[in-house]
Design a protein around this ligand. Sequence first.
Ligand code: MEV
Length: 344
Amino acid sequence: MTVCEAPGKVYLFGEHAVVYGEPAVPAAIERRATVTAEPRSDDHVRVEAEDLSLDGFTVEYTGGTGDRPDVDVPTPLVEAAMGYVDAAVEQARDAADAPDAGFDITVESDIPLGAGLGSSAAVVVAGIDAATRALGEPLDRRELADRAYRAEYEVQDGQASRADTFCSTMGGAVRVEGDDCERIEAPNLPFVVGFDGGAGDTGELVAGVGELREEYEFAADTVESIGDLVRTGEALLEDAVPAGDAAAGAEPSPELLAELGELMDFNHGLLAALGVSARSLDAMVWAARDAGAHGAKLTGAGGGGCIVALDASDATETALSFTQGCEEAFRAELATEGVRVVEP
Ligand code: MEV
Protein backbone atom coordinates (compact mmCIF):
# COMPACT_ATOMS: atom_id res chain seq x y z
CA MET A 1 0.00 0.00 0.00
CA THR A 2 1.50 3.34 -1.06
CA VAL A 3 0.16 6.64 0.28
CA CYS A 4 1.01 10.09 -1.13
CA GLU A 5 -0.44 13.49 -0.39
CA ALA A 6 -0.32 16.71 -2.39
CA PRO A 7 -1.31 20.28 -1.47
CA GLY A 8 -3.95 22.54 -2.91
CA LYS A 9 -3.14 26.15 -3.87
CA VAL A 10 -4.35 29.70 -4.07
CA TYR A 11 -3.56 32.08 -6.91
CA LEU A 12 -1.74 35.13 -5.68
CA PHE A 13 -2.14 36.43 -9.26
CA GLY A 14 -2.78 35.39 -12.82
CA GLU A 15 -5.49 32.72 -13.18
CA HIS A 16 -7.23 32.65 -16.58
CA ALA A 17 -4.59 34.86 -18.21
CA VAL A 18 -2.11 31.99 -17.71
CA VAL A 19 -4.18 29.92 -20.17
CA TYR A 20 -3.15 32.48 -22.87
CA GLY A 21 0.57 32.42 -22.11
CA GLU A 22 0.70 35.19 -19.51
CA PRO A 23 2.58 34.44 -16.27
CA ALA A 24 0.81 33.39 -13.07
CA VAL A 25 1.91 33.01 -9.45
CA PRO A 26 0.06 30.34 -7.50
CA ALA A 27 1.13 29.30 -4.00
CA ALA A 28 0.62 25.89 -2.39
CA ILE A 29 -1.37 25.79 0.85
CA GLU A 30 -1.53 23.30 3.72
CA ARG A 31 -4.75 21.61 2.64
CA ARG A 32 -4.03 18.25 1.07
CA ALA A 33 -5.49 15.40 -0.97
CA THR A 34 -4.27 11.98 0.13
CA VAL A 35 -4.30 9.07 -2.30
CA THR A 36 -3.66 5.43 -1.37
CA ALA A 37 -2.82 2.96 -4.17
CA GLU A 38 -2.70 -0.78 -3.70
CA PRO A 39 -1.96 -2.88 -6.80
CA ARG A 40 -4.49 -5.64 -7.59
CA SER A 41 -4.00 -9.03 -9.21
CA ASP A 42 -6.54 -8.16 -11.96
CA ASP A 43 -6.97 -5.10 -14.19
CA HIS A 44 -9.84 -3.60 -12.19
CA VAL A 45 -9.74 -0.20 -10.54
CA ARG A 46 -11.74 0.23 -7.35
CA VAL A 47 -12.04 3.79 -6.10
CA GLU A 48 -13.17 4.82 -2.66
CA ALA A 49 -13.55 8.54 -2.13
CA GLU A 50 -14.14 10.38 1.13
CA ASP A 51 -14.47 14.01 2.11
CA LEU A 52 -14.58 15.27 -1.45
CA SER A 53 -17.28 17.76 -0.47
CA LEU A 54 -19.72 15.15 -1.62
CA ASP A 55 -21.12 12.01 -0.06
CA GLY A 56 -18.43 9.37 -0.04
CA PHE A 57 -18.69 6.73 -2.72
CA THR A 58 -17.05 3.45 -3.68
CA VAL A 59 -16.95 2.23 -7.24
CA GLU A 60 -15.29 -0.62 -9.05
CA TYR A 61 -14.77 -0.78 -12.78
CA THR A 62 -12.63 -2.69 -15.21
CA GLY A 63 -9.45 -1.36 -16.77
CA GLY A 64 -11.21 0.46 -19.62
CA THR A 65 -11.39 4.14 -18.79
CA GLY A 66 -14.64 4.45 -20.77
CA ASP A 67 -16.50 2.47 -18.11
CA ARG A 68 -18.74 4.50 -15.86
CA PRO A 69 -19.67 3.25 -12.42
CA ASP A 70 -23.22 2.81 -11.21
CA VAL A 71 -23.40 4.72 -7.93
CA ASP A 72 -25.95 6.61 -5.95
CA VAL A 73 -24.46 10.13 -5.83
CA PRO A 74 -24.93 13.00 -8.31
CA THR A 75 -23.46 12.00 -11.67
CA PRO A 76 -21.57 15.23 -12.50
CA LEU A 77 -19.72 15.16 -9.18
CA VAL A 78 -18.81 11.48 -9.50
CA GLU A 79 -17.81 11.98 -13.11
CA ALA A 80 -15.65 14.94 -12.22
CA ALA A 81 -13.89 13.04 -9.43
CA MET A 82 -13.67 9.81 -11.43
CA GLY A 83 -12.37 11.56 -14.52
CA TYR A 84 -9.31 12.82 -12.65
CA VAL A 85 -8.67 9.47 -10.94
CA ASP A 86 -9.04 7.67 -14.30
CA ALA A 87 -6.60 10.04 -15.96
CA ALA A 88 -4.10 9.64 -13.09
CA VAL A 89 -4.30 5.83 -13.32
CA GLU A 90 -3.78 6.00 -17.10
CA GLN A 91 -0.69 8.19 -16.67
CA ALA A 92 0.71 5.81 -14.03
CA ARG A 93 0.09 2.76 -16.26
CA ASP A 94 1.79 4.52 -19.16
CA ALA A 95 4.77 5.71 -17.08
CA ALA A 96 5.33 2.25 -15.59
CA ASP A 97 4.67 0.52 -18.94
CA ALA A 98 1.99 -1.57 -17.19
CA PRO A 99 -1.17 -1.05 -19.30
CA ASP A 100 -3.16 -3.71 -17.41
CA ALA A 101 -2.23 -2.70 -13.86
CA GLY A 102 -5.25 -2.69 -11.52
CA PHE A 103 -5.50 -0.76 -8.26
CA ASP A 104 -7.54 -0.23 -5.15
CA ILE A 105 -7.48 3.56 -4.82
CA THR A 106 -8.62 5.57 -1.83
CA VAL A 107 -8.94 9.35 -2.05
CA GLU A 108 -9.32 11.55 1.00
CA SER A 109 -9.20 15.31 0.71
CA ASP A 110 -9.70 18.38 2.82
CA ILE A 111 -9.66 20.62 -0.27
CA PRO A 112 -13.18 21.61 -1.38
CA LEU A 113 -13.93 20.28 -4.89
CA GLY A 114 -13.95 22.72 -7.79
CA ALA A 115 -13.67 25.74 -5.50
CA GLY A 116 -10.47 27.30 -6.82
CA LEU A 117 -8.07 25.60 -4.40
CA GLY A 118 -6.66 23.08 -6.87
CA SER A 119 -8.46 19.97 -5.59
CA SER A 120 -8.31 18.12 -8.91
CA ALA A 121 -4.62 18.89 -9.43
CA ALA A 122 -3.82 17.64 -5.91
CA VAL A 123 -5.74 14.38 -6.51
CA VAL A 124 -4.02 13.84 -9.87
CA VAL A 125 -0.51 14.60 -8.54
CA ALA A 126 -0.90 12.42 -5.42
CA GLY A 127 -2.63 9.71 -7.50
CA ILE A 128 0.10 9.43 -10.14
CA ASP A 129 2.81 9.53 -7.48
CA ALA A 130 1.15 6.81 -5.36
CA ALA A 131 0.30 4.55 -8.32
CA THR A 132 3.74 4.73 -9.97
CA ARG A 133 5.47 4.13 -6.63
CA ALA A 134 3.13 1.18 -5.96
CA LEU A 135 4.29 -0.27 -9.31
CA GLY A 136 7.93 0.26 -8.32
CA GLU A 137 8.45 3.06 -10.90
CA PRO A 138 8.63 6.36 -8.98
CA LEU A 139 8.87 9.48 -11.13
CA ASP A 140 11.09 12.49 -10.61
CA ARG A 141 9.15 15.65 -9.76
CA ARG A 142 9.44 17.27 -13.18
CA GLU A 143 8.02 14.19 -14.90
CA LEU A 144 5.33 13.83 -12.26
CA ALA A 145 4.28 17.47 -12.78
CA ASP A 146 4.30 16.99 -16.54
CA ARG A 147 2.17 13.84 -16.41
CA ALA A 148 -0.24 15.47 -13.96
CA TYR A 149 -0.61 18.39 -16.37
CA ARG A 150 -1.32 15.98 -19.24
CA ALA A 151 -3.97 14.25 -17.14
CA GLU A 152 -5.70 17.57 -16.33
CA TYR A 153 -5.37 18.75 -19.93
CA GLU A 154 -7.14 15.61 -21.12
CA VAL A 155 -9.96 15.77 -18.56
CA GLN A 156 -10.47 19.51 -19.18
CA ASP A 157 -10.52 19.15 -22.97
CA GLY A 158 -7.30 21.04 -23.49
CA GLN A 159 -8.29 23.97 -21.27
CA ALA A 160 -5.62 23.76 -18.61
CA SER A 161 -2.37 25.48 -17.82
CA ARG A 162 0.54 23.87 -15.98
CA ALA A 163 0.01 26.17 -12.98
CA ASP A 164 -2.12 24.03 -10.65
CA THR A 165 -0.32 20.73 -11.21
CA PHE A 166 3.20 22.24 -11.07
CA CYS A 167 2.39 24.11 -7.85
CA SER A 168 0.87 21.02 -6.20
CA THR A 169 3.90 18.92 -7.17
CA MET A 170 6.62 21.38 -6.11
CA GLY A 171 4.97 23.24 -3.22
CA GLY A 172 5.81 26.82 -2.22
CA ALA A 173 5.14 29.72 -4.56
CA VAL A 174 5.74 29.07 -8.25
CA ARG A 175 5.82 31.05 -11.46
CA VAL A 176 4.28 29.54 -14.58
CA GLU A 177 4.38 31.05 -18.06
CA GLY A 178 3.43 28.65 -20.85
CA ASP A 179 5.70 25.62 -20.49
CA ASP A 180 8.20 27.50 -18.27
CA CYS A 181 7.62 26.58 -14.66
CA GLU A 182 9.85 27.40 -11.71
CA ARG A 183 9.69 27.72 -7.96
CA ILE A 184 10.17 31.23 -6.65
CA GLU A 185 11.17 32.41 -3.20
CA ALA A 186 8.36 33.94 -1.21
CA PRO A 187 7.93 35.18 2.33
CA ASN A 188 5.35 33.58 4.57
CA LEU A 189 2.26 35.34 3.21
CA PRO A 190 -0.71 35.50 5.61
CA PHE A 191 -3.41 33.96 3.41
CA VAL A 192 -7.01 33.90 4.58
CA VAL A 193 -9.53 31.94 2.50
CA GLY A 194 -13.29 32.42 2.31
CA PHE A 195 -15.36 29.62 0.78
CA ASP A 196 -18.97 30.11 -0.36
CA GLY A 197 -19.73 26.37 -0.28
CA GLY A 198 -20.11 26.25 -4.05
CA ALA A 199 -18.05 25.50 -7.11
CA GLY A 200 -17.54 26.92 -10.58
CA ASP A 201 -17.37 24.98 -13.83
CA THR A 202 -13.74 25.52 -14.86
CA GLY A 203 -14.28 24.42 -18.48
CA GLU A 204 -17.24 26.77 -18.98
CA LEU A 205 -15.51 29.71 -17.28
CA VAL A 206 -12.30 29.27 -19.27
CA ALA A 207 -14.34 29.00 -22.49
CA GLY A 208 -16.27 32.18 -21.56
CA VAL A 209 -13.07 34.19 -21.17
CA GLY A 210 -11.83 32.73 -24.47
CA GLU A 211 -14.98 33.92 -26.28
CA LEU A 212 -14.77 37.43 -24.80
CA ARG A 213 -11.12 37.60 -25.78
CA GLU A 214 -11.99 36.64 -29.35
CA GLU A 215 -14.89 39.07 -29.56
CA TYR A 216 -13.43 42.21 -27.99
CA GLU A 217 -9.98 43.66 -28.27
CA PHE A 218 -10.45 45.25 -24.87
CA ALA A 219 -11.04 41.80 -23.37
CA ALA A 220 -7.78 40.61 -24.94
CA ASP A 221 -6.16 43.77 -23.50
CA THR A 222 -7.60 42.89 -20.08
CA VAL A 223 -5.93 39.47 -20.25
CA GLU A 224 -2.64 41.18 -21.17
CA SER A 225 -3.09 43.66 -18.32
CA ILE A 226 -3.34 40.74 -15.91
CA GLY A 227 0.02 39.58 -17.31
CA ASP A 228 1.53 43.05 -16.66
CA LEU A 229 0.14 43.01 -13.14
CA VAL A 230 1.65 39.56 -12.48
CA ARG A 231 5.07 40.76 -13.69
CA THR A 232 4.81 43.71 -11.29
CA GLY A 233 3.89 41.36 -8.43
CA GLU A 234 6.74 39.01 -9.26
CA ALA A 235 9.23 41.89 -9.19
CA LEU A 236 7.95 42.86 -5.72
CA LEU A 237 8.46 39.30 -4.47
CA GLU A 238 11.87 39.07 -6.11
CA ASP A 239 12.99 42.36 -4.47
CA ALA A 240 11.66 41.17 -1.11
CA VAL A 241 13.35 37.76 -1.30
CA PRO A 242 16.11 37.50 -3.93
CA ALA A 243 16.49 33.98 -5.41
CA GLY A 244 18.20 31.58 -3.00
CA ASP A 245 17.88 34.04 -0.13
CA ALA A 246 17.57 32.65 3.38
CA ALA A 247 14.73 35.12 4.00
CA ALA A 248 12.36 32.84 2.07
CA GLY A 249 9.59 31.90 4.48
CA ALA A 250 10.34 34.94 6.68
CA GLU A 251 7.60 37.37 7.72
CA PRO A 252 6.80 39.88 4.94
CA SER A 253 7.17 43.62 5.57
CA PRO A 254 4.00 45.77 5.91
CA GLU A 255 5.05 47.65 2.73
CA LEU A 256 5.24 44.41 0.73
CA LEU A 257 1.84 43.27 2.01
CA ALA A 258 0.29 46.63 1.10
CA GLU A 259 1.73 46.52 -2.43
CA LEU A 260 0.81 42.88 -3.07
CA GLY A 261 -2.66 43.53 -1.67
CA GLU A 262 -3.21 46.45 -4.02
CA LEU A 263 -2.29 44.23 -6.97
CA MET A 264 -4.65 41.50 -5.71
CA ASP A 265 -7.50 44.02 -5.60
CA PHE A 266 -6.67 45.10 -9.12
CA ASN A 267 -6.47 41.47 -10.28
CA HIS A 268 -9.93 40.78 -8.85
CA GLY A 269 -11.35 43.78 -10.73
CA LEU A 270 -9.90 42.55 -14.02
CA LEU A 271 -11.22 39.02 -13.43
CA ALA A 272 -14.65 40.47 -12.63
CA ALA A 273 -14.50 42.43 -15.90
CA LEU A 274 -13.87 39.12 -17.68
CA GLY A 275 -17.09 37.78 -16.15
CA VAL A 276 -15.67 35.12 -13.83
CA SER A 277 -16.59 36.58 -10.45
CA ALA A 278 -19.89 35.95 -8.67
CA ARG A 279 -22.05 37.82 -6.18
CA SER A 280 -20.85 35.57 -3.33
CA LEU A 281 -17.20 36.06 -4.30
CA ASP A 282 -17.60 39.85 -4.57
CA ALA A 283 -19.35 39.91 -1.17
CA MET A 284 -16.47 38.00 0.46
CA VAL A 285 -13.86 40.20 -1.27
CA TRP A 286 -15.56 43.33 0.06
CA ALA A 287 -16.00 41.86 3.54
CA ALA A 288 -12.26 41.14 3.62
CA ARG A 289 -11.35 44.63 2.42
CA ASP A 290 -13.75 46.26 4.92
CA ALA A 291 -12.13 44.21 7.68
CA GLY A 292 -8.74 45.71 6.81
CA ALA A 293 -7.22 42.99 4.60
CA HIS A 294 -4.31 44.29 2.51
CA GLY A 295 -6.10 42.94 -0.58
CA ALA A 296 -8.52 40.26 -1.69
CA LYS A 297 -9.42 38.45 -4.90
CA LEU A 298 -11.16 35.35 -6.15
CA THR A 299 -8.85 32.40 -6.64
CA GLY A 300 -8.98 29.83 -9.44
CA ALA A 301 -11.56 29.66 -12.18
CA GLY A 302 -14.19 31.66 -10.25
CA GLY A 303 -17.96 31.46 -10.74
CA GLY A 304 -18.21 30.43 -7.06
CA GLY A 305 -15.88 28.79 -4.58
CA CYS A 306 -13.11 30.68 -2.81
CA ILE A 307 -11.52 34.07 -2.36
CA VAL A 308 -8.07 34.68 -0.92
CA ALA A 309 -7.12 37.70 1.18
CA LEU A 310 -3.91 38.87 2.86
CA ASP A 311 -4.22 39.64 6.55
CA ALA A 312 -1.91 38.65 9.40
CA SER A 313 -4.52 39.65 12.01
CA ASP A 314 -7.70 37.70 12.83
CA ALA A 315 -9.97 40.48 11.52
CA THR A 316 -10.55 39.14 7.99
CA GLU A 317 -11.18 35.56 9.08
CA THR A 318 -13.67 36.79 11.70
CA ALA A 319 -15.43 39.13 9.27
CA LEU A 320 -15.69 36.41 6.63
CA SER A 321 -17.13 33.94 9.12
CA PHE A 322 -20.00 36.44 9.70
CA THR A 323 -20.47 37.26 6.01
CA GLN A 324 -23.67 36.05 4.45
CA GLY A 325 -22.82 33.51 1.77
CA CYS A 326 -19.47 32.54 3.31
CA GLU A 327 -19.70 28.95 4.47
CA GLU A 328 -16.18 28.57 5.80
CA ALA A 329 -13.29 30.93 6.51
CA PHE A 330 -9.81 29.71 7.39
CA ARG A 331 -6.20 30.72 7.51
CA ALA A 332 -4.11 28.90 4.89
CA GLU A 333 -0.42 28.35 5.61
CA LEU A 334 1.98 28.30 2.69
CA ALA A 335 2.86 24.63 2.01
CA THR A 336 6.60 24.75 1.40
CA GLU A 337 6.66 21.02 0.63
CA GLY A 338 4.80 19.79 -2.45
CA VAL A 339 3.72 16.19 -2.99
CA ARG A 340 5.12 13.84 -0.35
CA VAL A 341 5.14 10.16 0.46
CA VAL A 342 3.25 9.25 3.62
CA GLU A 343 3.79 5.48 3.25
CA PRO A 344 6.25 4.18 0.64
C1 MEV B 1 -8.04 27.11 -12.58
O1 MEV B 1 -7.60 26.71 -11.28
C2 MEV B 1 -7.11 28.14 -13.13
C3 MEV B 1 -7.37 28.55 -14.58
O2 MEV B 1 -6.36 29.52 -14.91
C4 MEV B 1 -7.29 27.40 -15.53
C5 MEV B 1 -5.89 26.82 -15.63
O3 MEV B 1 -4.91 27.51 -15.41
O4 MEV B 1 -5.77 25.62 -16.00
C6 MEV B 1 -8.72 29.24 -14.72
